[in-house]
Each structure stands twice: as C-alpha cells, then as structure tokens.
Design a protein around this ligand. Structure first.
Ligand code: HEC
Length: 262
C-alpha cells in the first residue's frame, strides 16, 4: 500500500530519529538501550523464562532469567557473543545437557532468539556505544615459560604504542603463573605511563582473542595514571581457565577506554 500517509510517516520517523541523535545524545542512547531491553524481553528472555527459569530465575546458577528484567538483561549480555552468536556461552549451555532435555538440543532456538535480540535492538546500542567509547585491544602475545610453583610468578608486558602512537614507552603488565594444570593466575595488573597522563577503564584479559565472562575481575577499573609513574590497578588476583594450554594460548588486553594527554 503506497499512500501519502505512509510516506509522511516514514519521513517523520526519519526526522525524529535524526533529532534524537543530533540534538540530544542522551535521548539517543537511552532510547536505543530501551529498544535493546525490549528486544531482549521478547526473544532470549521469553525463551529463558520458559525453559531455564526453574534454576536461573530461582536462585540456582547465574540469575539471567531473573524476574527483574533489567538484571536479567545485564547478566544475559555476559553470556552472549554478538559477533559470533553460535559461539555464545548461553548457546553452548543449551546443548550440554546440564539441565536435562531442555539443554540437549542443537542450540538453534537460542541462536534464533539472540539473532532477533541483535536485529531488533542490540545492534543499535552497540553502534552507539562504539561511537562513544572506542575499545582498544593490544596485540596477542604467547605465554612465557611459567614457573610451576604457586608462589613464583613471571610477568607479561604489552606495549601500548600499537594503537595510540602518543603512548610510546607506555606499558601494561601483569604477573602470571601456572596455578594448576588447567588454570593461570594473574595479579598486579599495572600500567607504566611513560610521558603521558593515561585514563583507562574496563580492562579485560582475552585468551586467543576471546573474552570469558568469568574473567571479569578488572572490568570495573576506571582510573587515571599520572605521567612517569607505574600504578598497580587492582590487588585482586584472577584465575583464568586455560583455553588450548600454555604452549598455544595467546593473551591480549582489551581496554573499554584508553586515552592519553601530555
Ligand atoms: C536444573 C537447573 C538448571 C536449569 C533448568 C538450567 N540451568 Fe543453566 N546452570 C545451572 C547451574 C547449577 C549452573 C552453574 C554451574 C555450571 O556452570 O554448570 C548453570 C550455569 C549456566 C550458565 C553459565 C555458566 C557458564 O557457562 O559460565 C549458562 C549460560 C546456563 N546455565 C544456561 C542455561 C540455559 C540457556 C538454560 C535453559 C535452556 C539453563 N541453563 C537451564 C542449572 C540449570
């Protein structure tokens, strides 16, 4: 049906959307967040409320099917990889039998639900966030020979110059050890700033380019490191499950925000 009302309606929507972005960034962010929560509610949430609620809405395991929609939304995001939906943790867990029949499928239903969530909401939010907050990832480095003692550490260093040329001389560093046959332990994440004042936020250590939501000890870091200092960013040691083993695993570091000023 091609009526003039239709044309006007489309023009209005375009106009209104344009105003939201140009004149009021906060409205734009808010409305895309709302769209994403709504898209989640009618897709993944509908599915987990139907099939996973006995545990994940009733105090057993992570509460991503909580009666509180906002809580469920935030937790669920941690188990989804929108850049590779089929690879999401929440998809894998619908196939591994951990909840009986409902978790012994081929994952197709969950993949479809996540795709809907992405298409109808989350994709808009990701682009708003990306524009606001560029994410920086260091190069991937192989793991050095690790001491097999749980008291001795070695260290790994990532130069920060690779994505911000002003940061030549700046380094991110952690201590690392082989905690047991399947686990690394890292501690004392720290930045040596070089000649610049560095602001950072949300640090994630990735294994083979992937972020495991269990490795979230440093995501809440948000701080400023003065020029010419070394600052330890957290006193919390973090255990990280190996992926392919120390001989093959590569670690990189992702910063939600990383800026430098002289
Ligand atoms: C009978 C209880 C039960 C049901 C029903 C259940 N789960 Fe779980 N689930 C658990 C428990 C317990 C854990 C925490 C221990 C673990 O990781 O296995 C868990 C953990 C998880 C995790 C996070 C753990 C991780 O991999 O980091 C995900 C994701 C998950 N379940 C997905 C689902 C989905 C999707 C459904 C519904 C299709 C579901 N579960 C139904 C008991 C259940």
């Amino acid at each position: 049906m091609k009526t003039w009302e239709g044309v006007v309606a489309v023009a209005l929507v375009v106009l209104l959307a344009g105003c939201g972005i140009l004149n009021d960034d906060r409205t734009a962010v808010f409305s895309s967040e709302l769209a994403s929560v709504q898209a989640f509610q009618s897709s993944v949430y509908a599915l987990t409320r139907a099939k996973c609620i006995d545990c994940h809405g009733a105090g057993i395991g992570p509460q991503f099917a909580s009666a509180n929609l906002q809580t469920a939304y935030t937790l669920s995001r941690g188990y989804v990889d929108f850049s590779n939906i089929a690879n999401s943790r929440i998809v894998a867990r619908t196939k591994d039998g951990h909840c009986g029949g409902s978790c012994r499928g081929d994952g197709a239903e969950m993949i479809a639900a996540i795709s809907t969530w992405w298409a109808n909401g989350e994709s808009g939010l990701e682009s708003t966030e990306a524009a606001e907050q560029p994410v920086s990832v260091t190069q991937s480095l192989g793991i050095p020979a690790l001491p097999s003692s749980t008291t001795v550490y070695t260290f790994m260093q990532w130069p920060l110059s690779s994505f911000l040329p002003t940061l030549s001389g700046a380094i991110f560093e952690v201590d690392i050890q082989q905690f047991n046959g399947s686990t690394y332990r890292v501690r004392n994440p720290r930045i040596t700033s070089g000649g610049y004042t560095i602001k950072i936020k949300d640090i994630r250590i990735l294994i083979n380019g992937k972020y495991d939501p269990a490795n979230n000890a440093y995501v809440t870091i948000e701080t400023t490191i003065a020029a010419n200092t070394t600052l330890v960013l957290s006193s919390i040691p973090m255990l990280m499950l190996q992926d392919k083993g120390a001989a093959q695993d590569q670690l990189s570091v992702q910063f939600g925000k990383l800026t430098a000023a002289p």
